[in-house]
Design a protein around this ligand. Structure first.
Ligand code: UD1
Ligand code: MG
Length: 470
């Protein structure tokens, strides 16, 4: 049904119960501020404008919201009714529906919000409130009906009688108003309550006093209405959101072995038949292909992982791994590492701002920084690309089919041509030509009969030790 809909998000509260220096709505769930999850709830709605009511310490929030919302400042946090009143100068003359949302309810879904707005418009209601039955309603405003089962009022936890506290149906903090009635009656809200706050919830009784009957609209999924007032609630919200993300992935054929201990952002894409072991964290703008194996304890941030890749207990940051490559355990791709197809990166390796060509092998204990390696290269154990001279970073190049012997230092900038060999233990400071063997180490000298020249060789103590050993 067509109607002019505006949205007000209340986010000016101090969030005192969070006991944190961070603004409540900027606390993160799966690496996104709480307020972003609230915006998701209205993403599908055809609205004219979103107004976000902000208070103190708003700089970071305002910057974060950008053009998504008009900002209205509530100078003093006097309660939810006062917060809505601040939008009056912008909205009070408009006709249509105003949807008011608490900025601390991150679990509301688009489907539920749409249902509420549709119901409100069809019922031609002056005020419709989203409610839910909670097993533990503690902390929420309780819904009170009159003897004719008509919606009578909301009583806040702190103002409720013992009997009212047993009510399980609660206020979600999501309201649909007839816009003109909202701003007409807001001035009648007073602060005669235990918290000395202007409660938006008082409008139910005020509307009734003027002969307007408000409605409730109860959602079956009570988890959606969770309001985050402290870090315990933030954790509960995080668990529910993570479960939603992981369930969606499981339904798409991603084998998450232990969904309760797997942390994946909603922005992440994973292909079917990929196995994700416990305690894996996948963050940000990451795309993982099909048939991959992401082993225990791995962390993957803003990276692209192609099909059939294996990652064992490793950290991958802003990098790309092409198909059938593998890494780990305990290796680290730092930003801008490009790992070719069928490349093997073994254990305790660090690769940064480098490319490794297809089929190359970097088995163990190696640092590759600012280098371009070709295809089919064998990088021995314990090789260091010395890319930094104390002032600047330099790049090196290693041609295809080369062999880098163990324990070598490649001092950048150097170019090692295709099909060349670096002898183990070399320090390479000059370019190496095609098909050459580079030896960059001191020649071995054996000092014959060295032991007999040592004072210890003639000491009594030594003789005794030798005797014993015989
Ligand atoms: C509120 C409701 C309660 C409901 C619960 C659902 C009122 C009086 N109570 O309680 O019935 O069950 O939400 O989660 O509305 N805010 C402002 N300016 C203010 C005060 C608050 O913008 O002056 C904002 C807060 O930032 C928050 C929202 O309004 O996003 C709700 O405030 P909060 O203090 O969290 O209310 P609750 O005690 O949770
Ligand atoms: Mg709250």
């Amino acid at each position: 049904m067509e109607s002019n809909v505006n949205v007000i998000i209340l986010a000016a509260g101090k969030g005192t119960r969070m006991k944190s220096d961070t603004l409540k709505v900027m606390h993160e769930i799966c690496h996104r501020p709480l307020i972003d999850w609230v915006f998701d709830g209205v993403a599908d709605l055809k609205y004219s404008q979103v107004y976000t009511v902000v208070g103190h310490d708003r700089e970071q929030l305002v910057k974060h919201l950008g053009s998504r919302s008009k900002i209205v400042v509530e100078p003093q946090q006097l309660g939810t009714a006062d917060a809505v009143k601040t939008v009056g100068s912008e909205l009070s003359n408009q006709k249509g529906v105003t949807l008011v949302l608490n900025g601390d309810s991150p679990l509301l879904t688009q489907a539920t919000i749409n249902q509420l707005v549709d119901f409100h418009i069809k019922a031609k209601s002056p005020l419709t409130l989203l409610t839910a039955d909670l097993k533990n309603p503690s902390g929420y405003g309780r819904i009170i009906y009159d003897k004719n089962r008509k919606f009578e009022r909301i009583v806040e936890q702190k103002d409720a009688s013992t009997e009212e506290l047993t009510v399980s149906e609660v206020n979600s903090g999501v309201y649909c108003f007839d816009n003109q009635l909202l701003f007409k009656y807001l001035p009648e809200v007073n602060n005669n309550n235990n918290q000395k706050e202007y409660y938006l919830t008082d409008l139910i009784e005020i509307f009734r006093k003027h002969g307007l009957q408000p409605f409730t609209f109860k959602t079956n999924d009570s988890s959606e209405i969770l309001g985050v007032n402290d870090l315990v609630a933030l954790n509960n919200a995080r668990k529910i959101i993570q479960k939603r993300i992981n369930t969606k992935l499981l339904m798409n054929g991603v084998q998450i072995i232990d969904p309760d201990h797997t942390y994946i952002d909603c922005s992440v894409e994973v292909g079917n038949d990929t196995i994700i072991e416990p305690n894996v964290q996948i963050i940000g703008n990451t795309k993982i292909g099909s048939h991959c194996h992401i082993g225990m304890g791995s962390e993957i941030i803003d990276s692209k992982i192609h099909d059939h890749v294996t990652i064992i207990s490793s950290l991958i940051e802003s990098s790309e791994m092409f198909s059938c490559s593998d890494i780990g355990p305990n290796s680290h791709l730092r930003p801008n590492a490009k790992i070719g197809s069928k490349v093997h990166i073994g254990n305790f390796c660090e690769i940064k701002n480098s490319t490794i060509g297809d089929n190359s092998k970097v088995g163990h204990l190696t640092y590759i920084g600012d280098a371009d390696l070709g295809k089919d290269i064998n990088v021995g154990c314990g090789i260091i690309f010395c890319n930094y001279d104390g002032f600047k970073k330099h790049r090196s190049k290693v041609g295809s089919n080369s062999f880098l012997g163990s324990g070598s230092n490649i001092v950048a900038p150097v170019e090692i041509a295709d099909h060349s060999f670096i002898a183990a233990g070399s320090t390479i400071t000059k370019d190496v030509p095609y098909h050459a063997l580079a030896l960059g180490r001191a020649r071995q000298i054996n000092k014959e009969n060295y032991w007999s020249k040592l004072p210890v060789a003639n000491s009594k103590l030594w003789e005794k030790t030798e005797e014993k050993e015989k």
